[in-house]
Design a protein around this ligand. Sequence first.
Ligand SMILES: [Fe+2]
Length: 342
Amino acid sequence: MFPHAARSALIALAVILWLAPWGPALAAEGLVVYSARKEELIRPAIEAFQQERGIKVSLLTGKAGELARRIEIERGDPKGDVFLGTTAGVTELLRRKGALEPYPSPYAKEIPEEFKAPDGSWVGITGRVRVIIYNKNLVKDADAPRSFFDLTDPKWRGKIVVASMGERTTVGHLATIMALRGEEFTTRYVRALKDNGLKVLSNNTEVRKAVTRGEYAVGITNHYYYLLQLRENPASPLGIIYPDQGPGDMGAPVYSITAAIVKGAKSLDAAKKFVDFLLQPKGNRLLVEGEFEIPLLPGARLVGDDRGILGLGQFKKAAVTQIQVADFEPTVEKLFGPLLIP
Ligand SMILES: [Fe+2]
């Protein structure tokens, strides 16, 4: 066991940044958050938590898979207290390995069951929707693809772009299709996309920029990249489609950002307070606004509705739970990882 000071010093070596300023009433104990969400997106929520609860937060950001491996390596002497994942998949895997501390927060009651681990090991705090974006200079609104499955049509040959499996939402998207349509169908679909000249870029930011520049007519990505692009340049020639909305269609996949407490967390009490804060109206609103994500809490404010962004219940959602998606993620990574490389 490390004394707390030594533990903090160790983390400081690895930590990307320490958030400042600390409030005047800091507790001696700090909280260590491992986050697969980008630092700038969760900073407002973390700063508000520090100020309101007087608990110092140190943040380590990284890819979900890397942080999960770190949590596993540190078992027995955990350095991180809370893990924020970008989809439920990696978090659910940690739960199955016994690496998480169940905490059914009283503030999680209103989160729909499909976005929670049944034993309280993780909870969805905000959501993201898988969408199609298109370049309006290259595609007329009326001609934009209405389905992910239309993208195998020769008319889109060489015009489609997606992020690699380094982005968990690419994995989650294919896992959703596999959960609903089976492995054979999904394999045929991915091969047909590749045969149709699907271009793979390393991440979703590159996808939104390439479509905005007109290098590709159509991108498969998450709804908030559309809003991020418009924030960067409101004149961007970008359109958004919620795909597969017809009767009998699959619906658009939705993924949740998850919060989980690490098993044996040294700052367990602070970790619980942090999870509570992210689910309470103020903390949750900061997340939704900072990340342009959709609220999972009923009645919470949606960002971007003036630009066509839809909240839960306003569009047809793919009928899977986060756990069903998680079940298929390892198979998706094994089968399609080698195909979907930049
Ligand atoms: Fe993202």
